[in-house]
Design a protein. Structure first.
Length: 386
């Protein structure tokens, strides 16, 4: 059963559509990330769930109860919703001690002091701050303050925890450590978590599912694998770091195999991630730079072997990035240091090959419909392949 159910959620600020018909069901105990670039509507979506923002359209259910139903002009006030929230800024009371901060939500609910303190201690133990109860929060490091904020959100044992970029004020090492901690707390408490981030690694490493957001819309929802391996739109592929995106035409498709000819090429590529494409469909071929591999073998029967010219090689420390020309298209091939023999030198001819299941086909008909946008994207693609 879903614990959070968002249906047709829309929120406008003047002329800006911050959230555009978002629908999302989140199951009990699930960890779901809202992932997208700055300004795509992640925070606004979360604030609508929390009741800090009043949506223009849609319904939101938490557990069995409806908390927002715009068609009936119904909204449950935030303090009556069974949620906890953690913000990027910790929003702690600087003049209070750690335990006073954490027990505050319970005191607000008129719990007796001793009971509230006992609960707060439990929450502090959970986040690893059992020994810091009597400290002043202003004497704590950023990472510790974030844990206090987390403990304060957990203390009421909310059925849903909403987290808005909670780690972005921490330095890189601490962020990685806190990811592990959050995952542990998620497993230990079994609580449902909705986690807003623009950081792909964060989303992938912690989430059961990811909702990718773009321009206020949830453009793709799936497991990290589904989303990363099979982006459903060109924008998503670009956002998720596919360096090579070529326009092409499906020549034949059957039994989970497709032959697809990138525009301007003399040859077709074999693809096994066909995304339901049929012969005659216009598609984008999305290929990660690491999937274009230099082939020093004589295995002529290997699929997707291409004669290329190495245009430029750049050493990046842990990898070398090669720009190669294939049938007039400029491709980026990245070779991890230690990942096989070096490529041919700059200016030389070489052979690369692409594993058929490393090419994600994206139906081009699903692209944003406006003519200008389509033209701009095509121009961008041409720039890349010329
Ligand atoms: N209170 C507000 N008033 C006006 N515009 C807002 C307000 N809050 C958010 N927006 C706009 O709504 C869009 C989505 O913002 P937000 O949800 O904060 O994005 P994200 O969290 O993904 O960075 C942005 O264009 C932002 O400028
Ligand atoms: Mg935000």
């Amino acid at each position: 059963m879903s614990i959070v159910s968002i249906d047709g959620l829309t929120k406008r600020f003047g002329g800006v559509i911050a959230v555009d018909r978002v629908s999302l069901d989140i199951g009990g105990g699930e960890f779901v990330a809202l992932l997208g670039p700055s300004g795509c509507g992640k925070t606004t979506t979360l604030r609508c769930v929390a009741g800090l923002e009043s949506p223009d359209e849609g319904t939101i259910r938490l557990g069995a109860g409806t908390v927002v139903d715009r068609s009936r002009r119904y909204e449950l006030p935030p303090h009556k919703r069974d949620i906890g929230m953690v913000f990027q800024s910790y929003a702690l009371w600087p003049h209070m001690s750690v335990i006073q901060n954490v027990s505050y939500p319970l005191r607000l609910k008129r719990q007796r002091k001793q009971a509230a303190r006992a609960k707060a201690m439990e929450a502090l133990e959970l986040v690893g701050l059992g020994n810091y109860a009597s400290r002043s929060v202003s004497a704590l490091s950023g990472g510790q303050q974030q844990r206090v904020a987390l403990a304060r959100a957990l203390v009421r044992e909310p059925s849903v925890l909403l987290l808005d970029e909670p780690l972005s004020n921490l330095d890189a090492a601490l962020r990685t450590q806190m990811r592990g901690e959050l995952k542990r707390i998620h497993e230990q408490t079994g609580s449902t978590m909705v986690y807003v981030t623009h950081d792909q690694e964060e989303a992938v490493s912690m989430s059961d599912r990811i909702a990718v957001m773009h321009d206020g819309r949830a453009v793709q929802i799936g497991t990290p694998r589904e989303v990363f391996d099979s982006p459903s739109a060109r924008w998503t592929a670009e956002f998720l770091g596919y360096e090579n995106i070529l326009p092409g035409l499906v020549g034949a498709a059957a039994d989970g195999h497709a032959r697809v000819r990138p525009d301007g090429w003399d040859t077709s590529l074999t693809c096994t991630r066909t995304a339901g494409c049929a012969a005659g469909d216009r598609v984008w071929l999305a290929i990660r730079s690491t999937a274009i591999v230099f082939d020093h073998s004589d295995s002529v029967d290997r699929p997707n072997r291409l004669d290329v010219k190495v245009l430029r090689s750049t050493f990046l420390g842990t990898a070398t990035e090669h720009e190669v020309d294939a049938f007039g298209s400029r491709l980026v091939a990245k070779q991890i240091v230690g990942g096989g023999r070096p490529a041919a030198p700059q200016g030389a001819d070489a052979v690369v090959w692409i594993e058929p299941d490393q090419i994600a086909l994206i139906p081009a008909k699903d692209e944003p419909a406006t003519a200008e946008r389509a033209a701009a994207e095509l121009a961008a693609a041409k720039g890349r392949v010329s």
